[in-house]
Design a protein around this ligand. Structure first.
Ligand code: NAD
Length: 379
């Protein structure tokens, strides 16, 4: 465990457990990868895990991803992630969520602001509101709202950057897009692409969503055909790991640019995409809009304890917009560096993120927090 932490440069991994009212053991892991740019911010997953090692791996890998995401999005946050391990013999519908998230809120509170939690797979706004009754360190309770629009806006900015780099024009009109998943993000992206004159292919297992898309003028294709749909831009907005060894040779797109986390199944796939001349917009850069939204709003809500100026709603909107717009330049620079050095885009993005973390950009944030006792190094 310590070796794995060391290899990932993980700062701390906190473990918690409690006996539930149903006499089952509930466990939570909070992994904190880095706090040099600010307190770690990252979602809380609440799932069944076949084995606890998988939960540790999930928490650490995702916390590291959040550090890279924050570093490249220029937000004053570090990377963290929490997972709650549901007992394997308890159905998710039978969980006492009020008990569970009250307890989890107390776990977060014990870390004194070193970790800020948010919504993720298996958690909802209602859970965040329960957490907020125990701690202020929560960034997606109902007082902040749904980050999906901000994420979708970031994806649109990223798609335009990729179009500009590949076609020398960021024009959506006349280009074709295959959107996998019509959820909170995918639906918004598909609609914006359509409104800008793009030809939009979509697929979602939920027929109602497909029907709505078709009504607007999008073309519905089968769920198992969307990834190989001939198009200019493939926009994965559903699941992780969708670009894997078995599918990569069948892709018929020129660009991959979507919101889904961990789209590439492994590093070899990233290399293969470069060989196939398919431009990949690294997921954690293009989907940073949600983090930007959560971070900016959280900081403004907690301006007193963070000792920063309070901003008006208009100023906050403008700040979020500016940061989301900067995804364009970040991607262009990474695409250029990858082309110049003949490296894959994902590798270059990881290197740039690691360099930013090592350089401790904005160390004042950390020093201020340490001075106030907000950051303690538990491992
Ligand atoms: P969501 O759960 O609202 O939507 C996912 C959609 O994908 C659903 O409509 C689902 O039916 C569909 N889907 C599932 N399996 C599919 C398949 N095989 N083919 C096609 N569609 C399928 O999720 P979301 O909030 O829209 O997020 C989408 C992705 O973006 C996720 O990977 C998420 O982790 C990532 N992401 C989301 C945000 C955000 O702000 N919501 C931020 C960053 C990253």
């Amino acid at each position: 465990m310590f070796k794995r932490m060391q290899s990932m440069q993980m700062q701390a991994v906190h473990c918690f457990q409690i006996m539930g009212p149903d006499q089952h053991e509930y466990r939570a892991i909070i992994a904190i990868h880095h706090t040099h740019l600010g307190p770690a911010l990252g979602g809380c997953r609440c799932l069944h895990y076949a084995h606890e090692q998988l939960a540790f791996d999930d928490a650490m890998r995702l916390a590291q991803g959040m550090s890279y995401k924050a570093a490249l999005a220029n937000v004053q946050q570090g990377g963290g992630k929490a997972v709650i391990l549901l007992p394997n013999n308890v159905d998710v519908d039978d969980v006492d969520r009020n008990f569970l998230f009250t307890w989890f809120g107390q776990c977060v509170e014990q870390l004194n602001g070193q970790y800020i939690t948010a919504m993720d797979v298996g958690t909802q706004v209602g859970d965040m509101d329960v957490i907020a009754s125990q701690t202020q360190h929560v960034a997606s309770a109902s007082n902040i709202g749904d980050p999906a629009q901000a994420t979708a806006n970031g994806v649109m900015v990223g798609i335009k950057a990729a179009l500009k780099f590949h076609f020398n024009s960021s024009e959506v009109k006349g280009k074709s897009f295959a959107v996998q998943g019509l959820g909170h993000v995918g639906w918004r992206v598909a609609k914006q692409l359509l409104n800008l004159g793009g030809e939009v292919f979509v697929a979602d297992p939920e027929e109602e969503k497909n029907w709505q898309a078709q009504t607007l003028g999008m073309t519905v294709v089968a769920v198992d055909e969307i990834l190989t749909q001939p198009c200019d831009v493939l926009v994965p907005c559903a699941l992780g790991g969708v670009i894997h060894d078995d599918i990569v040779d069948q892709l018929q797109c020129k660009i991959i640019a979507g919101s889904a986390n961990n789209q590439l199944a492994n590093d070899d796939v990233a290399l293969k995409l470069t060989q196939l001349n398919i431009l990949y917009a690294p997921d954690y850069i293009i989907n940073a809009g949600g983090l930007i939204f959560a971070s900016v709003n959280y900081r403004n809500n907690n301006y007193e304890s963070l000792n920063i100026d309070h901003q008006s709603a208009a100023e906050i909107d403008e700040l979020i917009k500016q940061k989301i717009d900067s995804i364009y330049q970040t991607l262009i620079e990474i695409f250029q560096q990858a082309r110049q050095n003949n490296q894959d885009v994902n590798y270059v993005a990881n290197e740039v993120a690691r360099t930013r973390l090592d350089e401790n950009i904005e160390p004042s944030v950390q020093l201020k927090a340490q001075a106030k006792g907000d950051i303690n190094y538990a491992a």
